[in-house]
Write a protein that binds this ligand. Structure first.
Ligand SMILES: O=c1ccn([C@@H]2O[C@H](COP(=O)(O)OP(=O)(O)O[C@H]3O[C@H](CO)[C@@H](O)[C@H](O)[C@H]3O)[C@@H](O)[C@H]2O)c(=O)[nH]1
Length: 469
């Protein structure tokens, strides 16, 4: 008996009624695996069984985040090779951004494996994001399909609704328009966002554009689920419900509780050497690989700030290790005050450490929630489309963070990054006081003790309602 069959047997035995069984099938990137797993944990707390389908190699990194191994079971998939992908590539972390198109084709090619598993385990619901063919399988196999969007409702409202189709060749003026009925005047198109949004018209797996894939996923599914809450972006949520004419289930911020408790000794020891709130922590998620000169410029900015810093960035393009990219004389000048780390770090736990006072982030959606949950000042340097939208939400809509000013060509100079850090770390600055006070107010609302709980309760109630309707 193979691993999957064994797990299936266990699930059948665990609950013969099988009325609360969710399968998860996220896009092959850690920015998606992690929020799907956080939601799995919350559902397991409510007694749900979760079958989590993912590339084989991704499982070890995620297992440690599984808080309910008795209820959440992983189903490893073999990611087929697609021409252009390096051998063994399974996730976005294994390939540069331009190859995500091929990686998505590989995800589509797992369809038979996915179908075979779902046919045996018979979930009631399947949550997915980019696998637009899940709803068709749902109709065939008899489960409800829910498109779980792990980026903000604002991003979906701005660029991924039927009211405004993004196609190749749209003019800059057309791209600067918002869709009819769009509910915001602060989170709006801007030149760098337009440049990114154009990629929605490009192929993203199996010859489909990203726009078509993501809009079809929502149109075809029985419901849309969002990792967000009304208190953070209510008008965008209403707009999505109106655009797609189907139930929109809200999961809330969906973050694990008490991140500090699990911080490993080596980080704790190093961070504890510094004064409370003094360390600048920088991380850009699981997908961004900087150019070498930009990577070096960022390091020089941290040096310039004079503050202690912990930088966790992937080695830049063309380098296999971080050491190859460290600017000359940098280590000697910075010494024990700075740590540049080229691998995965426990980000939420680091953000929860009392010495960390500032988070320089790309504003990926998970990092955004983790930043809001922490007590850190927030400095944003977004790169991709939804990160720019998240940044506008934090900076323009809620005024809880600052954004680093870029040069016309997108370059982040050490002077501008240092200026942004200083603006929030200098307690006497007005900007620092305003964003801090707004952040505390927002945090109180978003992370109120009962809020997450009540979101998950209504989420599960609305899931069950799908079975009845
Ligand atoms: O060394 C690291 C790096 C990241 N993380 C965690 O990994 C997640 C990263 O997620 P996110 O902040 O969303 O960034 P990306 O990995 O860049 O996410 C991709 O997916 C997101 C959700 O769809 C999008 O918002 C982003 O634009 C897209 O780049 C977070 O939970 C981090 O805490 C770590 O724990 N350690």
């Amino acid at each position: 008996m193979g691993l999957n069959e064994k797990v299936c047997k266990k699930l059948e035995m665990a609950d013969p009624k099988n009325s609360n069984h969710v399968a998860m099938f996220p896009w092959f990137g850690f920015g998606h695996f992690i929020p799907f797993l956080h939601l799995s944990n919350k559902l397991a707390e409510k007694g749900y069984k979760v079958s989590y389908l993912l590339p084989k190699g991704a499982q070890p990194k995620l297992s440690q985040l599984n808080q309910h191994p008795n209820l959440i079971h992983f189903f490893p998939l073999v990611v087929p090779h697609v021409e252009g992908l390096p051998p063994g590539a399974e996730t976005c972390s294994d390939v540069p951004y331009p190859l995500h198109d091929q990686l998505c084709t590989a995800l589509d090619l797992t369809r038979d494996q996915v179908k075979a598993i779902l046919a045996v385990i018979k979930p009631n619901f399947v949550l997915f994001d980019v696998a637009y063919w899940i709803p068709a399988l749902g109709r065939e196999l008899g489960f409800k399909s829910v498109m779980y969007a792990t980026v903000c409702a604002a991003g979906h409202s701005l660029r991924l609704v039927p009211a405004m189709k993004i196609v190749k060749g749209m003019s800059f003026e057309e791209m600067m328009q918002t869709p009819p009925g769009y509910p915001s005047s602060t989170v709006v198109p801007r030149p760098d966002e337009v440049a990114q949004a154009r990629s929605l018209a490009e192929e993203f797996g199996s010859g489909l554009s990203k726009y078509d894939r993501l809009v079809t996923s929502k149109e075809e599914s029985d419901a849309i689920a969002l990792r967000t809450c009304r208190e953070f972006e209510g008008p965008f949520i209403d707009y999505m419900a109106q655009q797609f004419g189907k139930p929109v289930l809200l999961a809330g911020p969906v973050l694990p509780e008490d991140p500090l408790s699990q911080l490993e000794e080596k980080w704790h020891k190093w961070l504890s050497k510094f004064e409370a709130g003094s360390v600048v922590f920088c991380a850009f998620g699981s997908q961004i690989k900087l150019k070498k000169n930009q990577f070096q410029e960022l390091l020089l900015a941290f040096e310039l700030s004079g503050l202690p810093f912990l930088v966790a960035l992937a080695p830049p393009e063309g380098c296999s290790t971080i050491e190859e990219a460290i600017p000359e004389g940098f280590e000697k000048r910075v010494q024990a005050k700075g740590w540049v780390y080229g691998d995965w770090v426990p980000q939420p736990q680091i953000l929860g450490h009392p010495s960390v006072g500032c988070f320089v982030s790309h504003c990926g959606f998970s990092s955004m929630w983790e930043a809001l949950q922490s007590d850190c000042q927030i400095v944003l340097a977004p790169h991709l489309g939804d990160q720019i939208v998240n940044t506008m939400l934090l900076v323009k809509e809620h005024n809880v963070a600052v954004e680093v000013e870029r040069e016309g060509n997108g370059w982040i100079s050490k002077e501008n990054l240092n200026k942004a850090i200083k603006s929030v770390m200098d307690n006497s600055s007005e900007v620092a006081q305003v964003v801090k006070s707004n952040r505390y107010k927002l945090k109180k609302v978003l992370f109120d003790e009962n809020m997450q709980e009540s979101y998950i309760d209504s989420f599960t109630m609305n899931l069950q309602a799908l079975l009845i309707n």
